[in-house]
Ligand binder design. Structure first.
Ligand code: S3P
Length: 432
């Protein structure tokens, strides 16, 4: 489906964005292997999180879902309670589902096969196959190209001390989950701390996890528990979804917007830091913590922006927000350099190419580099027809870009926003 987004004069009022995608996935997974009923409120009912639920249904877990009430009850069966699936576990477009569930499946006494859509079939899985194999897992890429479909057969796992070459929460979480089923402790070290929702939430279910800065980077360690126990999880609003509205209010003159209940965990909030570095008028109000995750309300006003350099340590905490940061850079005076972000090449799409193609089509002076992009902002941005390349974050970023452009922007395959934010366009419309 194609959708046309028209320029908007200003955004006024307030909005509450849906629940966090990363946290929703984890609540379903950990709840499934815990004993008892895990009650999840403010769950994100999006295609990706529904892929996780559907995989665990095939593994014998029952769910009570209330989409209108944004809640899910997971009837967990305990660490050893999953059943052999009778068909392939389909993970759709979700890298988080594919990589995290592989850690759990490596510890089971049955064979499982994982597959996903055409994007998942292109995404690198050797980053989990290598460490899981070192733990003793029997996991193979069916076609031998290091991508899904993956076949996981029973084996005995032992704890390892793994140094991850990149900061990836999916890799880290996959290894920690396999570590629940291993003999001995499992350690994962990453160069910069990536999103730490697993390290925060698993201990609430009763697992012993240590996370600390060491001379090698950031190390997380898990001790295999005898059981996990169900809990209640209240999912904070997703900062990755909030970022679109914050950016929209920053670039549409006269805007003043309050975004309520946004998760601002330090490992996720790099977007706010980068937006403030660009001169963004952002206030973080009413900070509070629940279940170890910090949330706040965010007040944003339009103002003039300037180019910045974004790289190094900041990248993991804003990796999913780079397309929308490139949109901000398009409206900022001067040069913005985004570097050290080669991970963008292996996301739902190659986001270095898809972001530069879309913004380039709107007349933005942007060029791709091997590990990021360079944007000369401040010139008028034009209406155009662009391709989302079936990437939800490209579709939403370009919808935001359209709001301050000098003409309408037509987005191809605009409905891919359902991967993380099904009501995105209606929510945007409500602020007009
Ligand atoms: C996620 C981790 C990140 C992020 C993705 C969600 C997670 O991926 O980009 O959208 O929930 O663990 P990587 O671990 O590949 O960096």
């Amino acid at each position: 489906m194609e959708r046309t987004i028209y320029p908007m004069s200003k955004l006024k009022g307030e909005i509450t964005v849906p629940g966090d995608k990363s946290i929703s996935h984890r609540a379903v997974m950990f709840g499934s292997i815990a004993q008892g009923d895990t009650r999840i409120s403010n769950f994100l009912f999006s295609a990706d999180c529904l892929s996780t639920i559907s995989c665990f249904e095939k593994l014998g877990i029952e769910f009570d879902t209330d989409q209108a009430g944004h809640s899910v009850v997971v009837h967990g069966k305990g660490l050893r309670g999953l059943k052999a699936p009778s068909e392939t576990l389909f993970t759709g477009n979700s890298g988080t589902t594919t990589r995290l569930i592989s850690g759990i499946l490596s510890g089971q006494d049955f064979v499982s096969r994982l597959d996903g859509d055409s994007s998942i079939r292109r995404r690198p899985m050797n980053r989990i196959i290598t460490p899981l194999s070192r733990m003793g897992a029997d996991i193979t890429s069916e076609t031998g190209n290091g991508c899904a479909p993956l076949v996981i057969s029973p084996s005995t796992l032992s704890g390892i001390d793994y140094i991850s070459p990149s900061s990836s929460a999916q890799v880290k979480s996959c290894i920690l989950l396999a570590g629940l089923y291993a003999e001995g402790k499992t350690y994962v070290t990453e160069p910069v701390l990536s999103r730490n929702h697993t390290e925060i939430m698993l201990p609430c279910f009763g697992a012993e996890i240590i996370s600390e800065k060491t001379d090698r980077g950031w190390t997380a360690a898990v001790t295999p528990p005898s059981s996990l126990t169900a809990i209640d999880v209240n999912v904070p609003g997703d900062i990755s979804s909030a970022a679109y509205f914050i950016a929209a209010a920053m670039i549409c003159p006269g805007s003043e917007l309050l975004v309520r209940n946004v998760g601002i965990n330090k490992t996720r909030s790099g977007f706010l830091e980068a937006a403030m570095m660009m001169g963004g008028n952002i206030q973080i109000l009413d900070r509070r913590t629940e279940g170890g995750e910090m949330t706040a309300d965010i007040l944003v006003r339009a103002g003039s922006l300037h180019g910045v350099t974004i790289g190094k340590e900041l990248i993991p905490s804003l990796i999913d927000e780079i397309p929308v940061l490139a949109v901000l850079a398009s409206y900022a005076e001067g040069k913005t350099v985004i570097k050290d972000a080669q991970e963008l090449r292996v996301k739902e799409s190659d986001r270095i190419e898809t972001t530069t193609a879309a913004l380039g089509a709107m007349g933005v002076n942007i060029r791709p580099t091997q590990d990021g992009m360079i944007i000369e902002g401040g010139a008028p941005v034009h209406g155009a027809a662009i391709d989302s390349c079936m990437d939800h974050r490209i579709a939403m970023s370009m919808a935001v870009c359209a709001l301050a452009a000098d003409g309408p922007v037509t987005i191809k395959d605009a409905d891919c926003v359902g991967i993380s934010y099904p009501s995105f366009y209606t929510d945007l419309q409500s602020l007009a």
